[in-house]
Design a protein around this ligand. Structure first.
Ligand code: 3PY
Ligand code: MG
Length: 268
């Protein structure tokens, strides 16, 4: 297996060319494997709201690599120690939720980048064999080849957006539309499609590009992912593996029964 595609992924995101990631929620390395073998550009394993354990994250990264695809890991809120560990497991990037301030962004960088950018501790025990590298080769490339992505999903994060983007070592941002809507509406509703969220999405990608960084986002469907790509988003989801399973099952059941189904309903 060539590691070139894994090592090139960060620069692909920086290029701004639209990419699509398979969002894996189930604690199943098999789901990571199967989706990695589809035409996705990467696989993202969700440790925050997904059902994963550290073991299934480690295995999912390896399965994605076996299929030649880079894996990203979304860690839990404030779990910067696991951000380092996910990179040691061979993840090519980390998505950190609820990065609401410059202090949060600096902590993310501290745990995901080696000096001089951060303070990541050395021990990429799984990454080295996976990438076919020596420790010296890894340290020379890791800060550029792995990405630290800060989630923008509150009003506070929007207010601090330029300062977060200015933190050296933050490679890009990832918009979480559910939490962002909850924050913008002060808890009154969750509405990823609200006009206010759409305006924020346009603002985030514009500011990210102004800082020479990339914007990525969670989106619910292939159609919304395409719309994000047209806006300049470098990576979008097509909801998650559970949704894809539901949509596929509903479509086939509808065909089988020849009666009303609930095609396309899903997500959360
Ligand atoms: C959000 O929409 O808040 C997310 O975190 C997407 O996973
Ligand atoms: Mg969120």
């Amino acid at each position: 297996m060539s590691s070139d595609r894994l090592l090139a992924h960060a620069d692909l995101l920086r290029s701004g060319k639209p990419t699509f990631t398979a969002w894996v929620t189930t604690a199943s390395p098999l789901a990571a494997d199967l989706l990695a073998r589809e035409d996705f550009d990467s696989v993202t394993l969700d440790m925050q709201h997904g059902l994963h354990t550290q073991q299934t994250i480690m295995d999912g990264i390896a399965y994605a690599a076996l299929a030649g695809k880079p894996a990203l890991v979304r860690v839990q809120v404030d779990d910067f120690a696991f951000a380092s560990r996910a990179l040691d497991y061979g993840a090519m990037g980390v998505i950190a939720p609820m990065v609401n301030s410059v202090a949060d962004a600096r902590r993310l960088v501290a745990f995901t980048k080696y000096p001089p950018l951060g303070e990541r501790s050395f021990g990429p025990v799984r990454a080295l064999p996976m990438l076919g590298m020596t420790g010296q080769q890894y340290i020379e490339r890791a800060n550029r080849a792995t990405v630290a992505i800060a989630m923008i999903e509150t009003q506070a994060a929007i207010d601090a957006l330029d300062d977060i983007l200015a933190v050296e070592g933050i490679d890009g941002v990832f918009v979480g539309p559910s939490d962002l809507s909850i924050s913008l509406f002060n808890g009154a509703k969750v509405d990823q499609g609200a006009a206010e969220v759409k305006a924020a999405l346009a603002h985030v990608v514009e500011r990210a590009r102004a800082h020479g960084k990339f914007a990525t986002a969670f989106t619910m469907t292939g159609e919304s992912a395409a719309a994000h790509a047209r806006m300049g988003y470098a990576m979008s989801t097509l909801c998650n593996d559970i949704y894809l399973l539901q949509v596929g099952a509903r479509a086939e059941l509808k065909a089988a029964r020849g009666a009303a189904g609930q095609q396309g309903k899903g997500g959360y």
